[in-house]
Design a protein around this ligand. Structure first.
Ligand SMILES: Nc1ncnc2c1ncn2[C@@H]1O[C@H](COP(=O)(O)OP(=O)(O)O)[C@@H](O)[C@H]1O
Ligand SMILES: [Mg+2]
Length: 309
């Protein structure tokens, strides 16, 4: 059974999508079969992978036009599948208002997919509306990206209250997996101060790994690639690989045996060329996960300070 993480923060621009895309890719690169669910109508996680202009996407599954399995797409990374999003999803919050079990659409959609993956990551929109509630209801735990800046903690209390509310009402086993410091700049005093305060206040609920501000992370989506396929030696890539290691170690997730096949989608690990339905985009170079290259990287070595932009 996959472990399901929701990447949540009602603030925009804090690094949710960057985290969902690159953490999912880092899991996939370590050969854990991973599903990334784009639950933001802006579809940034979808466009981070070249060539996905799927006719059907997560909205169709949410409103019951099809089952979630039918919208799963392969990606350039052999162990990573994607549930794409699109602009129709803007309507879902309103359309579902009076719908039966409206908070459980994603949970139900994922029910028959969880056996096929080791990990599922859900990228949430910048709000605490019905879509985010759906993600929290479906998730085992929550990852909260927090940008190292003055207003970082603003809104966090409200977010944690929402998590508590969902735990009380809808999903008793929902846990806080951790707070992730993003866009860290060690040369910036304010950033260091925010980091100290967050760590003092939240202790071990803050991931040891922080994500540095790194221009490669912001460039990669425009090339339709996760950062490990764009520049695997960048600090951004290495820090997401480290975060994946930290998470796998703390959740005790062992590598699973070959996951069962999903009809219509190649099994995680199959070369993308074998996919029947995939429409590789222009940027897709194909080929297996860059696992060898990642094994050769020492992700435990200390990273040089400062920014590399
Ligand atoms: N660690 C980082 N270093 C540099 N740029 C980043 C970093 N994380 C995110 N960004 C950039 O910041 C912007 C907002 O990030 P994004 O992940 O889309 O946030 P959210 O999904 O929370 O709205 C994007 O342009 C992204 O490329
Ligand atoms: Mg986003």
């Amino acid at each position: 059974m996959a472990r399901v993480f929701a990447v949540v923060n009602q603030k925009g621009g804090v690094g949710k999508t960057t985290t969902a895309v690159n953490l999912a890719s880092a899991f996939a690169a370590s050969e854990r079969s991973t599903l990334l669910v784009d639950l933001d109508p802006q579809a940034n996680a979808t466009s981070a992978f070249a060539g996905y202009t799927a006719a059907r996407h997560v909205y169709d599954a949410i409103i019951g036009r099809c089952v979630m399995k039918e919208v799963v797409q392969p990606t350039e990374l052999a162990y990573l599948h994607l549930v794409p999003s699109g602009r129709d999803l803007y309507g879902a919050e309103i359309e579902l208002v009076s719908a039966f079990s409206r908070e459980r659409r994603i949970e139900r959609g994922l029910a028959d997919l969880r056996d096929a993956y080791d990990l599922v990551l859900i990228d949430c929109p910048p709000s605490l509306g019905l879509l985010t509630i759906n993600a929290l209801t479906a998730a085992d735990s929550v990852i909260i990206p927090l940008q190292c800046e003055y207003y970082a903690l603003e809104g966090l209390a409200g977010l944690l209250e929402t998590v508590d509310l969902v735990r009380d009402q809808l999903n008793p086993s929902l846990a806080l997996e951790g707070i992730l410091l993003t866009m860290e700049d060690k040369r910036n005093n304010l950033c260091r101060q925010v980091e100290r305060e967050v760590r003092a206040h939240f202790g071990d609920r803050v991931f040891r790994t922080a994500i540095p501000r790194n221009v490669r992370l912001s460039e990669a989506p425009s090339h339709g690639k996760p950062v490990i396929l764009y520049d695997i030696h960048s600090k951004g890539a290495v820090s997401y690989l480290r975060l994946a290691e930290e998470l796998l170690a703390r959740t005790g997730l062992e590598r699973s045996a070959a996951a069962p096949l999903l009809p219509g989608v190649p099994p995680p690990g199959a070369p993308p060329a074998a996919s029947a339905e995939a429409e590789p985009g222009e940027g897709a170079a194909g080929g297996p996960a860059p696992t060898e290259e990642i094994r050769a990287l020492d992700v435990t070595a200390p990273m040089p300070g400062g920014e590399d932009e």
